[in-house]
Ligand binder design. Structure first.
Ligand SMILES: NC(=O)c1ccc[n+]([C@@H]2O[C@H](COP(=O)([O-])OP(=O)(O)OC[C@H]3O[C@@H](n4cnc5c(N)ncnc54)[C@H](OP(=O)(O)O)[C@@H]3O)[C@@H](O)[C@H]2O)c1
Length: 169
């Protein structure tokens, strides 16, 4: 099973602020939805709560929430207290590609534990004020290819480029 991070980070690695995103990029959101549809998505408790209640659990996906609170109640989602357990759960379900969808703490944990095989990282072409950032990682350990680029337009205040990272093993 492939473990894939999917994230959008600005030029200064900004991910979000006040438990929310700091941009509205519909074409990148569509890429997220299309890529993760039908798969297991693994999320930190804070990112999960940042999703408007009416949209969670994210539909057409198996949602797994990571929290240290074993009694955490997330209707329609699985709750686990450990990232490795989330990955095991996905594997037990016969998943072929499980997506780590954030936020910052969970991305950092997944990379630190070297559990990630692949990443879709959108580079948002701007710098944003933020309180959560994508973690630093060693680019030398990854093969990178560009997936597509989207220019700024009437629906997108800034352009962005989606890159695929494959972990060298
Ligand atoms: N731009 C993007 O692509 C993107 C994607 C996702 C999220 N975001 C943004 O990221 C921000 C949220 O990220 P965040 O870093 O604040 O929080 P987070 O990673 O979503 O969640 C953090 C929570 O996960 C749980 N957790 C963390 N480490 C754990 C461990 N080792 N074992 C068990 N549970 C653990 C804890 O939950 P408990 O406190 O319940 O124990 C912790 O408070 C928001 O602003 C969101 O909009 C951006």
């Amino acid at each position: 099973m492939t473990v894939t991070i999917i994230a959008a980070r600005a030029e200064n690695n900004a991910l979000g602020k006040n438990n929310d995103l700091v941009w509205d990029l519909p074409a990148d959101m569509k890429f997220f939805k299309d890529t993760t549809r039908g798969h297991v998505v693994i999320t930190g408790r804070k990112n999960y709560e940042s999703i408007p209640e009416r949209f969670r659990p994210l539909k057409n996906r198996t949602n797994v929430v990571i929290t240290r609170n074993a009694a955490y109640d997330a209707k329609g989602a699985f709750v686990v207290t450990d990232l490795r357990k989330a990955i095991e759960l996905a594997r037990d379900k016969g998943e072929t590609e499980a997506f780590v969808i954030g936020g910052g703490q969970i991305y950092a944990l997944a990379l630190r534990l070297d559990l990630v095989d692949k990443m879709y990282l959108t580079r948002v072409h701007g710098e944003f004020d933020a309180d959560v950032f994508f973690p630093d990682f060693n680019e030398d350990h990854w093969d990178v290819t560009e997936v597509f680029r989207h220019e700024a337009d009437v629906n997108h205040a800034c352009g962005f480029t989606v890159f695929e990272y494959i972990r060298k093993r």
